[in-house]
Ligand binder design. Structure first.
Ligand code: NDP
Length: 244
């Protein structure tokens, strides 16, 4: 299946590393004009070195005002990937208010905010659009030490559905991908210990973690016209983990 984003403008958050970076590069390879948003300038420098057509935006998405200012001149966007997220693991009884607020402000509030900015533009121009939120299997399955992370991703799944409901009439589709573990920087945080990793892998019917490209391909599908009638789904990219 050939996917072309020729003539489309895309915005990807958390594009400095991992899944977001690979998504930004894949979109550019498919012909999209890509705006890459993240908070570490060095990552944006290396990204624009790798792909000179990418437009970099450096901002901490946990900061509502700074995000508003950074994206005010972003121009028309047809494709949005809300990928940036924060993970900080601890037992339930040790969760602090700061960890809770930091996680929710990036993983949920910033998704709402960036989507509002982009979707207002789509609606005003009367143009179709597609938004993909990067959720997780953790939205639907309790994982030890992941209290806040699971709660943010559960909230994100409902945000995805309500956005799909309200933005659908404007021909703006909203879906999520819900991956299992991917060995990015974030993945290594929770799953570097081989014993822990094995317990998780044994619960995945395909018996392996996801590769970055597995997630990117599902994101590209949901962004593209190949999924024209798909709206409001939370698509597992989990080798069957959520079936068990
Ligand atoms: P990484 O940690 O590798 O990359 C996350 C990117 O988001 C980084 O570039 C990071 O920048 C950026 N980011 C984080 N916080 C902010 C912020 N406040 N403002 C701007 N940018 C920010 O993560 P992954 O690629 O693994 O994860 C991508 C998505 O996939 C996330 O939504 C995650 O929850 C989800 N996911 C990941 C899984 C995994 O096992 N890896 C499994 C399931 C879902 P910086 O490094 O500068 O902080």
């Amino acid at each position: 299946m050939q996917i072309s984003f020729e003539g489309k403008r895309a915005l990807v958050t958390g594009a400095g590393k991992g899944i977001g970076r690979a998504t930004a590069l894949a979109l550019a390879r498919c012909g999209a004009e890509v705006t890459a948003v993240t908070r570490t300038q060095a990552d944006l420098d290396s990204l624009t070195q790798e792909c000179s057509s990418v437009t970099p935006v450096c901002v901490d998405l946990a900061d509502w005002e700074a995000t508003e200012a950074a994206l005010q001149d972003v121009g028309p966007i047809h494709l949005l990937v809300n990928n940036a997220a924060y993970a900080n693991l601890q037992p339930f009884l040790e969760v602090t208010p700061d960890q809770f607020d930091q996680s929710f402000s990036v993983n949920v509030k910033a998704v709402l905010h960036v989507s509002q900015i982009v979707a207002r533009g789509m609606k005003a121009r009367g143009s179709r659009g597609s938004i993909v939120n990067v959720s997780s299997q953790a939205s639907q399955c309790a994982l030890r030490d992941h209290t806040v992370y699971c709660a943010t991703k559960g909230a994100l799944d409902m945000l995805t559905k309500v956005m799909a409901l309200e933005l659908g009439p404007h021909q703006i589709r909203v879906n999520s991908v819900n991956p299992t573990v991917v060995m990015t920087e974030m993945g290594r945080l929770g799953w570097s210990d081989p014993e822990k990793a094995k317990v998780m892998m044994d619960r995945i019917p395909l018996g392996r973690f996801a590769e970055v490209e597995d997630v990117v391909n599902s994101i590209l599908f949901l962004l593209s016209d190949k999924s024209n009638m798909t709206n409001g789904v939370t698509l597992p990219v989990d080798g069957g983990f959520l079936t068990c």
